[in-house]
Design a protein around this ligand. Structure first.
Ligand SMILES: *Cc1c(COP(=O)(O)O)cnc(C)c1O
Length: 483
């Protein structure tokens, strides 16, 4: 089917067209100003497009077919955990008692919701080996910001303000951004040839100016930080705090707990590991879990249970304040708890085992065709480099050509420490047939690259848009529509 160049709704405005049939008005019409006086904010109605129902339905349905989704096929975006989101979660999140809550309802009318949040917090603490939790942050990066603020508040409460956060070169890009946004100077720690932090270099650098370290575990190479216990010891001995970026928890549920290694605080991405839909900018949820010594500083309010009733505790003098308008993205909490309860502890552990197995299956099947970024065992994702791609074909070309084969491309050119990185995270929810289909596609593209490189370099050929100007999109985004 040839595709229509879909216009914006505002460009489809057709004055007089309506989406509903209502009987003619049989009482005198009154303007908002006449009815509400100064309370009426707008003198004129909002400039909304006037359209029929069929116009609107076709607009959105057509747009939905221009997109790729995890419900369509493999979405192997590394470090993003694009796993399948069970439909049961959606059904539960749509129950009226959850979906129609208002955040300003009195506590006595939302006891079930508060209990749900309390239960989810306890589950996340159990999974991560931590003592306390806040569900307020709306995304992983905001969780990082919150966690670093906890570290800052804790150190300052002891009269030990420090200036620097150490971050390995294999960390997720949001880590340095969050540390800098929290007012810290960021210093890089080098990885060794095994892709892990160089502990000797870390030891040498630790000092009274270092507030802590932010570690992505497993790191963005999919490699487990094997010296993590020693790293926590070194940082604590130097008076610092350990932040673990737990967005990659999908590799470790039921297998390893950051709290047990000595980590002080971490965030968890419910929209990755705990199967709530993501992509397209949200909504997400990035709860922060921490050890008891950081608990007094958590964002307020916190859920408490007193005399058998749940309540919000606002009386938190050491709290860093609020990081979200209300209490977090509640319906994401509902989905995440639904998933945790359906899986159970054993099920979560099995999910992590299968996520690791699937990544290693792809690694084993593709290792003869693509070169690995780093040797050594990987967990939930596998990173290849662009070495050996024939005829000047690049990582980007390979990614774009995968679109023609019906796949979302993997993450590319990240992590930065791998040249032309191709970062693949299949997740546990992919059946082996889909993994094989992906392997076949990569092999076919490599054959094309050898025999007919132009075909690959000019891909995608079937997509609605071909190659976008990524740089212009990032540097000068146009976020508003002007008629
Ligand atoms: C996705 C991710 C983040 C950021 O999470 P957002 O919800 O996108 O803000 C941080 N760290 C790692 C390792 C991630 O994979």
């Amino acid at each position: 089917m040839s595709r229509i160049e879909e216009k914006l709704l505002f460009e489809k405005d057709h004055p007089g067209r309506v989406g509903a049939s209502v009987p003619p008005c049989d009482v005198p019409e009154v303007s908002p100003q006449a009815a509400f006086g100064a309370l009426a904010r707008k003198a004129a109605p909002a400039m909304l497009p006037e359209m029929s129902e069929v116009d609107v339905v076709r607009h959105f349905t057509r747009l939905s077919t221009y997109n790729y989704a995890v419900d369509v096929g493999l979405y192997p975006l590394g470090s993003c955990t694009m796993k399948y989101n069970p439909k049961l979660n959606e059904e539960v999140a749509r129950l009226e008692g959850f979906a129609r809550l208002h955040p300003m309802q009195p506590e006595s009318t939302v006891q079930g919701a508060l209990e749900l949040m309390d239960t989810l917090q306890k589950a996340l603490c159990a999974i991560s080996g931590m003592d306390a939790c806040s569900l307020q942050p709306a995304a992983g990066a905001q969780g990082e910001f919150t966690g670093v603020q906890l570290i800052r508040a804790y150190l300052e409460s002891k009269g030990d303000a420090r200036k620097i956060i150490l971050i390995p070169d294999s960390a997720h890009g949001t880590n340095p951004a969050s540390a800098a946004f929290s007012g810290y100077a960021v210093e890089q720690v080098q990885s060794g040839p095994d892709g892990c932090v160089d502990v000797a270099a870390l030891k040498a650098r630790m000092g009274p100016d270092v507030a802590g370290i932010m570690l992505t575990v497993p790191n963005t190479l999919g490699i487990f930080e094997k010296n993590i216990v020693e790293i926590c010891r070194v940082v604590h001995a130097g008076g610092g705090q350990v932040y673990v970026d737990g967005a990659n928890l999908n590799a470790m549920m039921g297998l390893a707990r950051p709290g047990d290694w000595g980590a002080d605080v971490m965030h968890i991405n419910l929209h990755k590991t705990f199967t709530t839909p993501h992509g397209g900018g949200g909504p997400g949820s990035g709860p922060v879990v921490c050890k008891a010594h950081l608990e007094p500083f958590l964002p307020r309010p916190v859920v408490v249970k007193r005399d058998g009733r749940y309540a919000w505790d606002w009386d938190r003098p050491k709290s860093i304040g609020k990081v979200h308008g209300f209490f977090g993205n509640f319906l994401i909490n509902v989905r995440a708890l639904c998933y945790i309860e359906t899986m159970g502890g054993e099920g979560l552990k099995r999910a992590s085992e299968l996520a690791v197995l699937n990544a290693n299956y792809l690694r084993a099947r593709l290792a003869g065709d693509l070169q690995l970024g780093f040797d050594g065992p990987t967990l939930h994702e596998v990173v290849f480099c662009d070495k050996g791609l024939p005829n000047g074909v690049t990582t980007m070309d390979l990614a774009k050509r995968l679109i023609d084969y019906g796949f979302h491309p993997p993450t590319v050119y990240f992590p930065l420490i791998v040249h032309g990185a191709i970062m693949i995270e299949p997740t546990e929810t992919e059946p082996v047939e889909e993994l094989d289909r992906f392997v076949d596609a990569v092999k076919a593209i490599l054959k094309e690259a050898a025999e007919n490189p132009e075909l690959v370099k000019s891909a995608p050929h079937t997509a609605y848009r071909r190659r976008l100007d990524d740089v212009a999109a990032a540097r000068s985004p146009k976020l508003t529509y002007k008629p």
